[in-house]
Write a protein that binds this ligand. Structure first.
Ligand code: C2E
Ligand code: MG
Ligand code: MG
Length: 598
């Protein structure tokens, strides 16, 4: 009894039996070893528990993806307690930022390799979306998955540091604009797009005139503020897709990658220069008004380089040219482009004022009946009387107005003016004439011709059957069904219709015979070489014969010689226009010609 209280666990009686001793020692050794194993297991469990409660969030799920355990860190990151999530599928954490392909790839990898890791955007309980680094491991028992363990680390801080680094390496800290590095990347991207898909791109290099003197006199803080305001003002003149970058100092670059015309660069440059004429207000102790200017150099992809380096260098060289020619102006890398763009812009400015400045005139060219030799009509032809250069050719003028979307205004003006004049001649007792007005294809397609004609006829009280509209083949054939609809509507108003420059475009005879047109005007080019060119003579006489079969009258344009007239007469052509009778004349002179015929 005393022995047990002293700590003994067993005893042997004498005399000692060897077998019993050995058996007992054996039992105790086994007991001891099991005890030690138990101790080790306990230590491992404590270790596992402390690993489980580590800094990383952990989720353990069943093989069919039902959460059986999460740790504290999981709850801290996601905001969900263990009670809220045990028993459900972890998909409630999804942020919606990844598509199903993403998750499919993830599970594929777990199935194939037993694990997956990567960046995942999940959603916390409070709704906030956050980035985490997630590792999912399949736990297997003899090749059968029994659990999945997911460990996750919230990497929000790391990501924002990464963003900050990106910001620093691609953006200018003062203005927040892209820096040279980002510009070069975008430039290369733009070049690739232009090369593959066609398209135009220009690069503008800008330099603030006299920036240094402001910096020196008002101090660097004022200089910094000015640069920020410059960045803001520049952005007012650009599309969202254009990129402004600051290369350093007072040098800015603009990448125009959505222009349609080489001149667009000059337009934007003009607008920027004009807006820089307004003062900047620097909010120093008291508000300070400063005036600066800007010089701009432009290089165009393709014409002035096909690599980022060339485009940059050449825009830079153009900038020096602009500065040399007096600052506060722009220049392209090539002289011709600068001159052409400046002229173009000047012309466009004048074009916009052409109506209010009353620089437009209508000339009238008689249309003569071949059988009687009498004037039966006139074609109204536009003339632009420019104060300095004199006349611009109507072709150039009309093309230019079409390019600039100004044709509708000009077309409406000439229609109104011709009808006004026609009515005045009728009221003055002159013999009634059909006055023909040219309608450009662009005008026919893009403006509401019918409404315009109705309005003008009403306003001027000119009878519809004395008005003829001349349309070109290409304008009509571009969209045949719409054309047919428009022509029928115009014809219903009582207006006559003619096809101008016939023979130079292509006409579908199938459509032609349905068009409610009264006259075909044979283009001057087929008349010019009569009687020397057999081909032209054959074409002219074919048009006359065919026109008659289809029920049209035929007029020949550009008749200059008696031989031409004799030929046309012989072939039965109805009427003509041409210098042999008269050039296009100002209204008064035309009126005189008419009176002589009375
Ligand atoms: P178009 O409609 O075919 O006009 C005939 C052109 O031929 C006129 O040129 C006329 O002056 C010229 N012409 C007539 N007879 C002769 C001749 O015997 N010899 C020569 N060498 N030329 C002759 P213009 O006035 O220079 O007009 C050129 C074109 O500009 C017109 O061709 C027309 O397409 C366009 N145009 C003129 N005015 C208008 C207008 O008000 N609106 C529109 N949309 N286009 C117009
Ligand atoms: Mg014409
Ligand atoms: Mg013509």
């Amino acid at each position: 009894m005393h022995g047990y209280t002293a700590g003994a666990t067993d005893y042997l009686t004498k005399p000692l039996d060897d077998h019993i001793l050995k058996a007992k020692v054996h039992v105790f050794l086994r007991l001891h070893s099991q005890y030690q194993q138990l101790q080790e297991n306990n230590a491992a469990l404590t270790l596992a528990a402390s690993v489980f409660e580590s800094q990383q969030g952990i989720i353990i799920t069943t093989a069919d993806n039902i959460i059986i355990r999460v740790n504290k860190a999981f709850s801290e990151v996601t905001g969900y307690s263990s009670d809220e999530v045990v028993g459900i599928n972890p998909r409630f954490l999804k942020s919606g930022r990844h598509d199903s392909d993403f998750y499919r790839g993830m599970w594929q990898s777990i199935e194939n390799t037993g694990a997956w890791q990567g960046e995942v955007w999940n959603r916390r309980k409070n709704g906030e979306v956050y980035p985490e680094w997630l590792t999912i491991t399949a736990v297997k028992n003899e090749d059968v998955t029994i659990h999945y363990i997911g460990t996750m680390t919230d990497i929000t801080n790391y990501k924002s540091a990464e963003e900050q680094i990106r910001q620093l390496s691609f953006y200018d800290p003062l203005t927040g604009l892209p820096n040279r590095r980002l510009l070069l990347e975008r430039l290369q991207l733009g070049i690739n797009l232009c090369t593959n898909n066609g398209g135009l791109m220009a690069l503008m290099m800008l330099d603030i005139d006299h920036f240094k003197s402001i910096n020196d006199s008002l101090g660097h803080l004022a200089g910094d503020e000015l640069l920020q305001q410059v960045a803001n003002r520049l952005s007012l003149h650009l599309n969202n897709s254009d990129m402004i970058a600051r290369l350093g100092g007072d040098e800015f670059t603009v990448l125009l990658d959505s222009i349609n015309h080489v001149d667009d660069g000059a337009h934007i440059a003009e607008n920027i220069i004009a807006s820089f004429k307004k003062p900047f207000y620097l909010n120093m102790d008291t508000e300070y008004e400063v005036y600066i200017g800007v010089s701009i150099g432009i290089s165009v992809y393709g014409q002035h380089g096909t690599t980022p380096e060339h485009l940059m260098d050449h825009a830079d060289a153009a900038l020096y040219k602009a500065k040399d020619s007096g600052r506060n102006c722009y220049a392209y890398f090539s002289e011709e482009l600068t001159i052409a763009a400046r002229q173009h812009i000047e012309l466009e400015k004048r074009l916009r004022q052409v109506i209010e400045r009353e620089e437009l005139l209508v000339y009238y060219q008689p249309q003569v009946d071949i059988a009687t030799g009498k004037i039966i009509g006139a074609e109204a032809l536009i003339r632009w009387q420019q104060p300095i250069e004199g006349f611009t050719s109507p072709w150039q003028f009309i093309n230019f107005a079409e390019e600039n979307g100004f044709i509708a205004t000009i077309g409406a003006w000439i229609l109104r003016e011709t009808c006004r004049q026609g009515k005045q001649w009728l009221d003055a007792g002159l013999p009634p004439l059909v006055l023909a007005v040219n309608i450009s294809p662009h005008q026919f397609r893009h403006s509401d011709m019918i409404a315009l004609v109705v309005e003008v006829l009403k306003d001027t009280a000119f009878p519809a059957h004395y008005l003829e509209l001349e349309l070109t083949e290409s304008g009509l054939m571009d969209n045949q069904d719409t054309s047919l609809f428009m022509l029928n509507n115009l014809r219903q108003l009582g207006v006559h219709l003619a096809i101008d420059d016939f023979g130079t475009g292509y006409s579908s005879l199938a459509y032609l015979k349905h068009f409610p047109v009264s006259t075909l005007k044979i283009d001057k080019s087929f008349i010019d070489d009569i009687p020397y060119q057999q081909d032209d003579m054959a074409i002219a006489s074919t048009i006359i014969a065919m026109g008659h079969i289809l029920g049209f009258k035929v007029l020949a344009e550009g008749v200059e010689t008696p031989e031409q007239l004799a030929f046309l007469q012989e072939k039965g052509c109805n009427s003509y226009q041409g210098y042999i009778k008269s050039r296009p004349l100002p209204a008064q002179e035309f009126e005189q010609l008419l009176r002589e015929q009375l």
